[in-house]
Design a protein around this ligand. Structure first.
Ligand SMILES: [Zn+2]
Length: 168
């Protein structure tokens, strides 16, 4: 028997609610110390080819004005985890330019760890690590002091900054 949706979305120290960054977000219900193994990113394991196929479908839906959030996490150069299929609430964790969590690969599973103390009521975030090629497609609304306005992997943000300076 399938467990009700509400139960699946429960976690002892986290809760899902509307986020100022984007859609729904994940918030700490308890104080989380640094380097805590918080939650696994679960879902359906799919190949890169299948991921590309789903992304095309999503783009189609989006162009018709339908809701089309993406919940895919790149596991390695062969696999993705699609959190939209039986995924944990980790799929709702938003990107921030000052992320308080970091994903770590353990075997072939992805776990999110805190990289500092996370206060009660604080939203959890990671660096989505997007490539330079797609920076313009992904605006960031994290609102942190180091936000550059776009979702790009931390070590290449300087390149986007440079581009932005040139156009203003
Ligand atoms: Zn940002």
């Amino acid at each position: 028997m399938k467990s009700p949706r509400s139960k699946k979305n429960q976690h002892p120290c986290l809760e899902v609610r509307n986020s100022k960054i984007h859609g729904r977000g994940v918030y700490a219900r308890l104080l989380i110390p640094p380097r805590t193994q918080i939650i696994e990113y679960t879902g359906e394991k799919i190949t890169h080819a299948e991921s590309d196929r789903r992304e095309l479908l999503r783009q189609k839906k989006k162009s018709k004005g339908k809701r089309s959030d993406i919940y895919q996490f790149e596991l390695d150069d062969k696999w993705y985890i699609d959190g939209s299929k039986n995924g944990s609430i980790a799929r709702f964790i938003n990107h921030s330019c000052e992320a308080n969590c970091t994903p770590h690969l353990r075997g072939n599973r992805i776990w999110f760890f805190s990289n500092r103390t996370i206060q009660v009521g604080e939203e959890l975030s990671i660096d989505y690590g997007f490539d330079f090629a797609v920076w313009e497609e992904n605006p960031c609304r994290c609102g942190t002091s180091s936000c550059i306005g776009y979702i790009v992997r931390k070590n290449i943000r300087w390149r986007v900054k440079k581009k932005l300076q040139k156009t203003t």
